[in-house]
Design a protein around this ligand. Sequence first.
Ligand code: MLT
Length: 313
Amino acid sequence: MDNSKELAALVCDPLDSYLMEGLASSGIKVSYEPAITHDELGRKVKDYDIIVVRSRTKVTGDIISRAERLKIIARAGIGTDNIDLESAEKRKIGIVTAAGSSTDSVAELNVALAVDLARKIPLLNQRSKKGVWVKDTGTELHGKVAGIIGFGRIGQATAQILRSMGMNIVAYDPVKNDQAVRAVGGKYVTMEELFRNSDVIFVLAAFSGDSGGMMGKSHFGISKHGLLIVNTSRAQFINGPDLLDALRDGQVGGYATDVFWHEPPEAEWEKEIASMDSVIVTPHIGAQTAEAQKRVARYTLQNLLDRIQVMKL
Ligand code: MLT
């Protein structure tokens, strides 16, 4: 990295200072603009060799077309759905992520949301605080079937906890890891089998535009009545209006989500989903733990410095 002093990096979203300090001490000129708007980024991006984003900043084709010097986009997180990968590829811009940095944080949130849904904890908490001291019967997770869509790091870590709680695991993933699925006493099934047999479905797959709306009416129609769904990946996997219908008639008995089609909700159907008693909404906090914040900064820095070396920048 002999010439790294000449490199300039723009960090566009809030990140732990460890990242900025690490970049600076590697001789990279760092600008930290955690609230930069899309328009500002469009004006400034031409001055940078590296940009670092989380999920707030969208690196569109338009941004990339203005980024004359850009060599690397670092995604401080896992999903790359906020980056126009095709445009980046055409320009031979390297992409790095911080895969693995939030595995335990998201896995713990998945399990918490499943228990919240099964025992209606947020609803009963709200009522109790208002003085409505009324019991409501929930369900146990023990002995039930957890259907995990996306059996990567987060899916596997979630399955391990669920297995220790006595759940039976089935998984759907086009990429198979037989050893990992056997380790939790589970098996791979088709998407249809997963919807037919699961009591709780966890949407944990990596999202790409092609997967938009892939779960909808035809899936809810074959599922067990009262199916619970936890989604900490991307809302866009699910057809929202179809989900609303299924929640209204109880076919889907509960939906706990850390991700929304728009964050915060914009369309009327989104607002209705968010307002329902059978729905739990959190504001995309999967990776927002003290530990994961540090890890995401550490992994991003390391992967970025490695890539700078590989690209001989
Ligand atoms: C991710 O893809 O890394 C998560 O959604 C969390 C985030 O974007 O910060």
